[in-house]
Write a protein that binds this ligand. Structure first.
Ligand code: IMP
Length: 429
């Protein structure tokens, strides 16, 4: 069963990209299975930093083949630009190395316009979406009127389908949101050009992955977003419109349940979130600024896709235990441990209190967390700069204790700790 799945255990931005990048050394295929260009993965190799939104991060290696699975929603304009920028950086992006599922769905400018109109109409109840058209594209998919990638294979009918799609969304934008209609002819023209560019890459990726698994090839399913943004299991309605959790990998790649091997949950050593929604351990003021960083470094806590400053807080073990359960996580990767260096005390949330009752688990799932008050355990901090540490034994005892406590509270072993943004700044346990 050589299918390993990487998932975010929080609200996205856990540093999955670099864990994927590391594990991809032993993989033949790296596959995106959900979300779209709302995701932003930063991968640093030597002096080059790549910000990837749609192309699997594991493709930074020459030996891997990248898959964009049926569960993904694709903005072809963004994808083509990303392909070009990787090519300019010397990475080979050809139809032999990148396969796009015929059953993935397309995002158009009409979806983007609708995302914006809907967010504006929500007013103070806004979700804080990335405005990448994700929600509207998945809405159309579920409503069975989406534009699937396979339409690009039939140029004549594709134009008609794109025109009809824009007309339909224009109707909603004009009548419901009092907005301006989009130019369907221009969009159809652009989409014909995208189709010419992407046609050689379109494949039956599910069939192909199935064959490759039979041949014993190794596949890494690369999660986007995180467990708490899952449309079913996250902090609804402040979620994305797909299933970034591990079972979503099977649906989003078209693979059977029996194929899954390891499920690697990536968690930051603290907690972060962009957009609206509950966040029990959120910090404010100076404490938050300390965890967030100044924004000068690519790894500081500012959105890769939107540039928004992220909300930050202490690690929440109630939510991490929940993520372990929902995903069937078999091992954890803890990222950004170095950011905690220099703090006199480090806190972990071990339970919540609500109406004098203590909860170590979520009574009603994570949707209604606003009124839960975190219970903290304080651990001693460490002063040593750990960014160059390569061996577990060289970590300060307090940092080791912190990781051991996370393992204990999560009931899951930690197999990897990252202490900096570079590929090599990783400790394997
Ligand atoms: P959407 O996916 O653009 O519809 O946004 C829905 C929610 O998910 C918003 O709170 C976004 O900030 C959040 N979100 C979507 N993608 C990511 C991601 O890759 N990292 C972190 N948050 C994300």
């Amino acid at each position: 069963m050589p299918l390993d799945i990487i998932v975010g255990t929080q609200w996205g931005d856990e540093g999955k990209g670099r864990v994927v990048d590391l594990l991809a050394t032993n993989m033949d295929y790296v596959a995106r299975y959900s979300g779209g260009d709302n995701a932003g993965h930063t991968v640093t190799i030597g002096k080059q930093t790549f910000k990837l939104h749609l192309i699997p991060s594991g493709m930074a290696y020459p030996h891997t083949v990248g898959i964009i699975g049926n569960g993904v929603v694709i903005n072809p304009d963004i994808l083509i630009k990303e392909m070009d920028s990787l090519r300019r950086a010397g990475i080979r992006i050809t139809p032999e190395r990148l396969y796009i599922s015929y059953a993935a769905h397309l995002i158009t400018p009409a979806h983007l316009a609708l995302d914006k109109a809907q967010e504006q109409a929500r007013g103070s109840g806004k979700i804080g979406t990335t405005l990448r058209g994700i929600g509207p594209a998945y809405t159309e998919k579920i409503a069975r009127r989406g534009l699937r990638v396979e339409l690009m294979l039939s140029p004549q009918s594709f134009t008609q389908k794109v025109l009809a799609h824009v007309e339909s969304i224009n109707h909603t934008i004009v009548t419901l949101y009092d907005g301006e209609p989009l130019d369907g002819q221009k969009i159809a023209h652009d989409f014909m050009n995208y189709a010419d560019e992407l046609r050689p890459y379109i494949r039956d990726t599910a069939g192909l992955l199935h064959e490759k698994l039979k041949q014993g090839k190794y596949i890494l399913a690369e999660g986007a977003q995180g467990t708490l943004l899952d449309v079913d299991h996250g902090t609804y309605p402040f979620v994305t419109s797909s299933n970034p959790t591990a079972p979503g990998a099977l649906i989003g790649l078209g693979l059977g349940v029996g194929n899954a091997n390891k499920v690697i949950g990536v968690t930051k050593a603290f907690q972060s979130r962009v957009g609206e929604g509950p966040f029990p351990t959120e910090l404010q003021g100076e404490e938050a600024a300390r965890l967030r960083g100044s924004g000068e470094n690519p790894w500081d806590e500012f959105g890769t896709t939107t540039g928004r400053p992220r909300r930050v807080g202490w690690l929440d073990m109630v939510l991490l235990r929940y993520a372990v359960r929902i995903n069937g996580i078999t091992e954890l990767a803890v990222t950004k441990l170095d950011i905690l260096s220099g703090l006199p005390k480090v806190k972990i949330c071990t339970a919540y209190i609500k109406d004098t009752l203590t909860y170590s688990d979520l009574p009603y799932g994570p949707a209604n967390l606003d009124s839960f008050i975190p219970v903290y355990e304080e651990l001693p901090g460490w002063n040593k700069d750990i960014r160059l540490v390569k061996e577990w034994g060289d970590l300060p005892a307090q940092a080791q204790d912190y990781i051991r406590r996370v393992e204990q509270l999560a009931g899951t072993p930690v197999h990897l700790v990252s202490v900096g943004p570079e590929r090599e700044q990783v400790i394997l346990l």
